[in-house]
Write a protein that binds this ligand. Sequence first.
Ligand code: GAL
Length: 323
Amino acid sequence: MKTPHILLLLLVLCQTVTAQTGWSQIRNGQPWYDTQGNVVQAHGGNFLIEDGTVYMVGEDRTHSWYPDVNLYHSRDMQVWEYDGKIIQNGVTTPELGTTRMIERPKLMHCPKTGRYVIWCHYEASDYSASEVAVFSSASVTGPYRLEWSGRPLGIKSRDCNVFVDDDGTAYFISTIQENQHLGLFRLSDDYLRPLECTVLMRGLRREAPAIVRVDSLYYMLSSACTGWDPNQCMLSVSRSLTQGWSPLTPVGDRIAYDTQASGILTLRRGKRTLHLYVGDRWKDPDLPQSKIIITPITLRDGRCHFPYMKTYRLNLRKALVKP
Ligand code: GAL
């Protein structure tokens, strides 16, 4: 869907304003347009920040099903430039055909190899495959090649995310064994292979996990498994990734403001840290028009304050928000 010229003009104006003031305007609940005037399609994805540039990957749901993976970049999280389809269903993976759905692509940069690595849910149309696919590239913009696909350590795996700990150890976390538990997979130091799996939240049927570390405490947000319909977001905290997660406590409103988590983005400036909840407002009203929702949250003393800000100003460089 193209945006009218007047909106493009506004985008250019926004770019100029942000460049001068450092403040951008985040508008939740409406389509975002890239600098070419197309609706931003980056669902279930994540962000990688390098030298002040924010890269955003996500599902391209333009045609609803069998999404490709898009990459965008921005200096302010308001004006997004399109870098293209970095994974194309059936093209990047011709040997696997076009009948697979790539969901929740998550990008990391591996310090050991210098390569950019993407883990994603790699599914059949009836969700029976329960596999992952791993891609890598020497450059963030591609070309990405398929490293492998299948069930990690032979375990059925669906909704997923990644987490890189302060020591650089990377983890893949996913909903395993027919949505029963979460599996935390510690990855090899090239971020390409799972080494071991720890079962978390046994029998609790959680998905859309999003982990962040604040000092020595890990915070995990997750949802129940209700497909595209939103449900109550829950928080669990622990001092260890592999054990001791606290009982689930509700945060935000009853339906996570009509979203499902795709991640928690951390912005840092000196001693200041800003956490942004990133979620998908699926089917708003249909899959192609699903919205990316980004709202500031506070994580402190094992608690999460999760309000919803429909619009606010964000200063990436200062890690600050203002109403
Ligand atoms: C959701 C999941 C999405 C997608 C959807 C399909 O629960 O979070 O990523 O798989 O189900 O119904």
